[in-house]
Design a protein around this ligand. Structure first.
Ligand SMILES: Cc1cc2nc3c(=O)[nH]c(=O)nc-3n(C[C@H](O)[C@H](O)[C@H](O)COP(=O)(O)O)c2cc1C
Length: 382
């Protein structure tokens, strides 16, 4: 099974990450990691930070001559912005910069400062920042590499932004290139225009926006995850991973919210059989997961992102020390981060699927994993 850990503060020297469980023999390309890091930095409505950072991951261990060797893979992403923050982010000596004592509504500042007994909310906000997701994108790119070797591809697209809904039919992996060309990463060109206008209006008003992203995984074999125990269910792992992304407040597998208002005969996907192809489903309202297991259909998850918490016109807040009311501290902020959140969601879905794949088929070597997968697929009726 694949597991990851990340560390690093938003304005500290670097982000670090470790991925354990990559089968030996998987070809690891630096450019695949850097490509996803740069996709995460795109998107209309992002603020100044993304212009400062040009993220690149350095591979520190676990890869020799372009191949995973079975040991933990450690990555490092340098924070170029650290150069401007050394006064506030030094790890020794007395503090020199000003403390943040005004917790921002919608962020981890207040709960974190109280929980960890900190009088400077910077101790909390530096780690709670979504900068951490850059490392998850880098580690997710490793997972995507493994999945791609096994014929599994992941894409994301923005389906709603600031109240503007996209109207998109069934997508295939080939659509990813045109989605990435959209400044708001939507597959609906008409909605794109309205979404950009909504971002401009929110920026003008000093406000922020949220929305919805859909993440889809193609080519997932039937039988990842298990019905046998609650903590082995694939839907639970996927939903948990999605809401671990900052500002993602809900995750919907398939057409969950719609189906809650329907009768059962409208919802469940009939089962057919086509000789040569195997079991088929005319619809995929379940989102590719039944009984906690992948069912062979594309895995489809939609996630809801709240409007970003840092507002140019901040909400009222109360000082941590004096307990007196203040306007909340203004931090540099994006208007919307939906396009980037989609790239992060691809990474976390890839990590969950790569973990489930190695659990089912083995994780020591890529050769053994592929052999086990082929033998399993031969056993399935066609
Ligand atoms: C890619 C990405 C970028 C983000 N950028 C910002 C930002 O610039 N400003 C902000 O207030 N929140 C931003 N957020 C969201 C905050 O990190 C998040 O709202 C905050 O940590 C509290 O959310 P939580 O309650 O879900 O943890 C971003 C989230 C993601 C996924």
């Amino acid at each position: 099974m694949i597991r990851i850990l990340t560390a690093g503060e938003s304005h500290g020297p670097a982000l670090v990450g470790i991925l354990e469980g990559m089968p030996a023999g998987v070809k690891i390309a630096q450019r695949a990691i850097d490509k996803d890091l740069s996709r995460r930095q795109m998107g209309y409505g992002r603020g100044g930070r993304m212009q400062i950072e040009r993220d690149r991951a350095q591979i520190l261990s676990g890869v020799r001559f372009g191949e995973a060797i079975g040991s933990p893979i450690a990555l490092l992403i340098t924070n170029r912005d650290f150069a401007h923050w050394q006064d506030r982010m030094a790890n020794s000596g007395p503090p020199t910069g000003p403390a943040v004592t005004r917790p921002r509504p919608g962020h981890a500042d207040l709960a974190g400062a109280l929980k960890y007994g900190r009088t400077d909310a910077r101790d909390i906000l530096e780690r709670a920042s979504a900068r951490e997701t850059a490392m998850r994108v880098a580690l997710g790119a490793l997972a995507k590499t493994l999945l791609a070797t096994c014929g599994i591809q992941v894409l994301s697209h923005v389906t709603a932004l600031g109240g503007v809904q996209a109207d998109v039919g069934v997508l295939t992996p080939a659509d990813l290139a045109r989605i990435d060309r959209s400044p708001v990463r939507t597959a609906d060109p008409q909605a794109e225009v309205a979404m950009i206008a909504a971002i401009d209006r929110a920026k003008e008003a000093g406000d922020t926006l949220g929305g919805m992203v859909e993440v889809v995984a193609f080519g997932v074999p039937v039988g990842l995850g298990s019905h046998a125990q609650y903590d082995r269910r694939l839907d639970a792992a996927v939903a948990g991973a999605m809401v671990s992304i900052p500002a993602i407040k809900g995750a919907e597998v398939g057409d969950a919210w719609w189906s809650a208002d329907q009768v059962g005969s409208m919802v469940h996907d009939p089962i057919g059989f086509t000789p040569g192809e195997g079991f088929t489903r005319p619809t995929n309202r379940a989102g590719g997961i039944e009984g906690g297991m992948s069912n062979g259909q594309p895995i489809r998850v939609r996630i809801a992102m709240k409007p970003l918490s840092s507002l140019r016109r901040p909400l009222a807040s109360t000082d941590l020390i004096t307990h007196k009311p203040f306007d909340a501290q203004v931090e540099r902020s994006d208007v919307v981060a939906l396009p980037a959140a989609g790239v992060v969601a691809e990474a976390v879905l890839a990590l969950v699927l790569a973990s489930a794949l190695t659990e089912k088929f083995g994780a020591d070597t890529l050769t053994e994993l592929k052999r086990a997968k082929r033998a399993y697929e031969r056993r399935l009726p066609r």
